[in-house]
Design a protein. Structure first.
Length: 269
């Protein structure tokens, strides 16, 4: 890594020929990096100031003569200059970096250990909903993931996107929608989409999910149509996306029979 530092010129201890030194201002050479020059009014001579040292954290900087301030280089081009970077030869190591398990102290903080840290990989998230369909085509990044990627590893149903082309379909989705989405990756034929927006593997229907069921399903007449309309929640209707016990009424052997489904999620479409 290149190192550089200003080399201020020493101030002459004797006045220039024909010029009388009577104040500190007369001794000022305009270079703030070599310190404040002083004048000895009795001898009319100048003394040099204390030069500014631009050495910090084992690296060298350059002093600005106009400002008297040090400017330090950024050798690894990670946005952090060498005076505050714990390793200016490695762009994966810098204060504030993302600590991930790669054998390095990415954030320059020994308190956040490498062991047990999340992985450095980013996974393809084409619909930008925070979840990936699979772990293929991952890229490594110790900073922010590139656009179109997510840090969440798709390892189970709670972290894997079931609709890579729909930002509304992802694990943990609480809303329900009036139309289906296409799970992909190929185009879907009409009528073959999915209502499984929360990726739990279940198609959710809104039929009868907006009312309370009768005490029993008995009483339905004239077959299946009048029986099924008695389906509903056993108690009060849960809030959108919440679960409760739902009673499904179906026409079986010329009778209206009820089956209770616990932990049934109420959709909103």
């Amino acid at each position: 890594m290149a190192a550089f530092e200003s080399n201020p010129q020493p101030v002459s201890a004797s006045p220039e020929h024909g010029r009388d030194r009577s104040s500190d201002a007369d001794c000022d050479n305009g270079n703030q990096c070599d310190g404040a020059e002083a004048c000895d009014v009795e001898s009319h001579t100048c003394s040099a100031g204390e030069p500014i040292s631009c050495r910090a954290n084992s690296c060298m900087g350059e002093c600005s003569p106009e400002l008297g301030e040090c400017v330090f280089p950024d050798g690894d081009k990670d946005g952090v200059s060498c005076d505050t970077d714990c390793n200016d030869d490695d762009a994966d190591r810098r204060p504030g970096g993302f600590e991930c398990e790669d054998g390095k102290d990415n954030d320059c903080d020994a308190k956040t250990g490498d062991k047990g840290a999340p992985g450095c990989e980013c996974y393809v998230d084409s619909d930008a909903d925070g979840f990936a369909v699979d772990a293929a085509l991952s890229v490594a990044s110790t900073g922010a993931c590139p656009k179109g990627y997510t840090r969440t590893l798709p390892s189970d149903s709670a972290t894997t996107d079931c609709g890579g082309k729909s930002s509304a379909a992802h694990p943990g989705q609480k809303e329900f929608f009036p139309t289906t989405y296409c799970p992909g990756p190929k185009a879907c034929r009409a009528g073959t989409g999915s209502y499984d927006y929360n990726c739990d593997g279940k198609e959710t229907s809104s039929s009868g999910d907006n009312k309370v069921a009768a005490a029993t399903c008995a009483g339905g007449i004239d077959g299946i149509v009048f029986c099924q309309v008695r389906s509903g929640w056993v108690t009060e209707v849960p809030a959108c996306g919440d679960a409760g016990t739902f009673r499904a009424c179906n026409w079986v052997n010329d009778a209206c029979v009820g089956t209770d489904v616990p932990k049934h999620i109420r959709p909103c479409h």
